[in-house]
Design a protein around this ligand. Structure first.
Ligand code: TYD
Length: 178
């Protein structure tokens, strides 16, 4: 079971400040995910689908993730999103410094990633696969299945000062860093 990299397009030059509406604009359409291709390749800088080791036996399956071993960072925070209202978008922000790993441990959702130049949309639907997301990546989560539990591991505690919640401001920050 592969998560699906569903689309890849250029990011728009500007977008409405209400971030999640930016998902619709400038979205060029799907590029089918090639089953069997190297899913560990970077989707965008710092964004990578990584296989997780499943320790299974007759009783079922278990995945263990150790900071600094299965992840390139020490885990400072764990949170999970669940019970998501049908049709809502979440996320709609980027981070200045934060590194994260997201796993749909149940159900599925779509993660749209945008580095200010390119957009990639990934369907997360496999508890044995995680998505790393680094700094300066705008992300939006959509199309949550009713049973979705999205687990996120992060390398820092919650800090609102690390958030960019305005899409045009994010694009301006990307442009200034070039
Ligand atoms: P929010 O950033 O809106 O979630 P999402 O990125 O999924 O759209 O966070 C929802 C609320 O939870 C908001 O009041 C901030 C708070 N929050 C924390 O207190 N700690 C955390 O680690 C996170 C991610 C959010």
């Amino acid at each position: 079971m592969h998560p699906h990299v569903e689309a890849n397009g250029r990011a728009p030059q500007s977008a409405v400040a209400d971030g999640c509406e930016s998902a619709a604009g400038g979205y060029d359409g799907p590029i089918p995910f090639q089953s069997g291709s190297n899913v560990t390749d970077d989707l965008l800088p710092g964004c990578r689908l990584v296989p997780l080791t499943v320790r299974g036996d007759a009783r079922g399956s278990l995945v263990a993730i150790e900071g600094g071993r299965d992840l390139p960072f020490a885990i400072a925070r764990v949170y999970y999103v669940f019970g998501t209202t049908a049709g809502v978008d979440r996320g709609c922000h980027a981070h200045h410094k934060l590194h994260q790993l997201a796993i749909a441990v149940a159900g599925s959702c779509t993660m749209l990633l945008d580095d200010g130049r390119q957009r990639v949309s990934v369907r997360l639907d496999d508890p044995a696969r995680g998505l790393t997301m680094g700094p300066m990546i705008w992300r939006e989560m959509t199309d949550f299945s009713p049973d979705c539990v999205l687990l996120v591991l992060a390398d820092a505690v919650y800090d609102e000062a690390d958030y960019m919640r305005d899409y045009d401001g994010f694009l301006a920050t990307v442009a200034a860093s070039r």
